[in-house]
Every structure is written in structure tokens, then in C-alpha cells.
Design a protein around this ligand. Structure first.
Ligand code: OGA
Ligand code: NI
Length: 187
């Protein structure tokens, strides 16, 4: 991976562990833990920009599948630090659900250079969608310097890129679409 590139890996956890994560996440969904994205101080939710529901995930209360994923993210943090001297020192993790028929998430950056002192540096997204088919939509569109690229959000796939460099979007989806995103921070 380079600053202007990305990395992706399939069978990141393997199907057994991935299924554990999927069932832990399904529980969050069914107990209504997720809130519309974009809700904050404003009362209205603008689904034009971002059509998902989300919740933050902590180690406490996470099941064995999610804990495994978290420890893999921790290993990723260390290996990226060794390669890029980024000093990533923590991450936050979000579960996002785009319901069937959502408009996706318009082109954006996950962080803005120099915007604040503790910024997001690295984005890692782990997908949970079994049996994804062409036409289901919800592809991650990456705007690389010389190339636009679409990646299907298939189960057990990990995609990693630098939050401040790579613009990206989620295309509209006709099937439920679930992903876990970790944002790694550095001072
Ligand atoms: C985000 C995002 C992409 C995806 O949450 O900022 O861009 O593929 N997600 O879920
Ligand atoms: Ni994003």
C-alpha cells in the first residue's frame, strides 16, 4: 500500500469467524442499536449525502467474533506503523448498515488534512455481505489518482486506505449492506 493507493484482502478472517461477526452484528441490528447517520445537533437527517444507520462498537460487550476482528485491526495498526511511521495509537470502530434501496454515500474524504490535531489517518473497512451479486449495488468506489475503481462489499473482504488522501463513495444498493469500519488516529 502507498499513500495514494489502497490495500484489499479477501478471506481476511475466514468464513467461520466471519459468520460469528455476522451473527453478532445481526443482533445489534435486531435490537435497534443503530441510529441514522448524520443525526447530531441538527434535528433533520440528510440522507442525500449518506443513507446508512450506524453505531459505535467498543471492546466491552463485543462477542468473540468482533473481538477477533478488533485484535486483527490492532495487528494492522502495528504493521502500518512499522511501514509508514505514522504513530497510529488508537482506532474507533463503527457498524454501518445501508438498507436496501438506500442512496449510498456520496463522494467524500474521511478526514481533512490539518483539520484538527487528532485526525483520522487510516480507514479500514470489513464487509459482511454473503452472496453479493452484480446488480446488488453498494460497491465502494475509490477515486485513486489515475483510476476509479469499484470494489464489491463481499463478506470477509478488508479494504484499507489513507483517510486524508483517498476520496470514495458508496453506490446505491438494492440489497441490505453491512460493513464495519475502523478509523485509526494519530496525534
Ligand atoms: C464511511 C464510508 C464506505 C463503505 O463510512 O465513511 O465511506 O464501503 N464507508 O462502507
Ligand atoms: Ni468514508
Amino acid at each position: 500500500m502507498s499513500l495514494n493507493g489502497f490495500l484489499f484482502r479477501d478471506q481476511f478472517l475466514g468464513s467461520t469467524k466471519c459468520n460469528k461477526v455476522r451473527s453478532e452484528v445481526a443482533k445489534k441490528l435486531s435490537d435497534n442499536s443503530l441510529k441514522p447517520a448524520g443525526i447530531g445537533r441538527e434535528k433533520s437527517v440528510n440522507t442525500d449525502i449518506r443513507g446508512d444507520h450506524f453505531c459505535w462498537l467498543e471492546k466491552e460487550g463485543a462477542g468473540p467474533g468482533l473481538r477477533e476482528l478488533m485484535s486483527r485491526f490492532e495487528a494492522l495498526r502495528k504493521s502500518i506503523n512499522r511501514q509508514f511511521y505514522l504513530g497510529l495509537d488508537r482506532y474507533e470502530m463503527q457498524l454501518a448498515h445501508f438498507a436496501a434501496g438506500s442512496g449510498g454515500y456520496k463522494k467524500h474524504l474521511d478526514a481533512f488534512k490539518g483539520n484538527n490535531q487528532r485526525n483520522r489517518r487510516l480507514t479500514a473497512i470489513y464487509y459482511l455481505n454473503l452472496g453479493w451479486k452484480p446488480g446488488d449495488g453498494g460497491e465502494l468506489e475509490l477515486y485513486l489518482p489515475d483510476l476509479e475503481l469499484q470494489l464489491e462489499p463481499v463478506a470477509d473482504r478488508l479494504v484499507v486506505f489513507f483517510s486524508e488522501q483517498i476520496e470514495h463513495a458508496v453506490l446505491p444498493n438494492s440489497r441490505n449492506r453491512m460493513a464495519l469500519t475502523a478509523w485509526f488516529h494519530a496525534p
